[in-house]
Design a protein. Structure first.
Length: 94
């Protein structure tokens, strides 16, 4: 799974029939301090996420396991909106 922030929307009026009525969002990867990284992806929104929200994204075959994306040509899906992260303060110390 990828932790990311919704930074935009992709509008596609012409698309595969199986993708009709799906919302595509641009998600940038974030670190544990919610700082934006350079990586981004486009994901189908299955939970009603919006701009500025921190989300969890599943990719690959797992992206096709939600109710909305089952048996659809999807590679990335937003499947959770993050409320909070609890991280040990010394998680990266040796």
């Amino acid at each position: 799974m990828i932790l990311g922030k919704v930074v935009g929307t992709v509008w596609a009026t012409r698309k595969d029939e199986k993708l009709q009525s799906m919302k595509f969002l641009i998600v940038r990867h974030v670190d544990f301090d919610y700082k934006l990284k350079d990586n981004f992806l486009v994901a189908v929104d299955s939970v009603g996420a919006g701009a500025g929200e921190i989300v969890l994204v599943a990719q690959g075959s797992s992206a096709r396991l939600t109710e909305l994306t089952h048996q659809k040509p999807i590679d990335s899906v937003i499947m959770a909106i993050v409320d909070k992260l609890d991280i040990e303060s010394d998680w990266n110390k040796d």
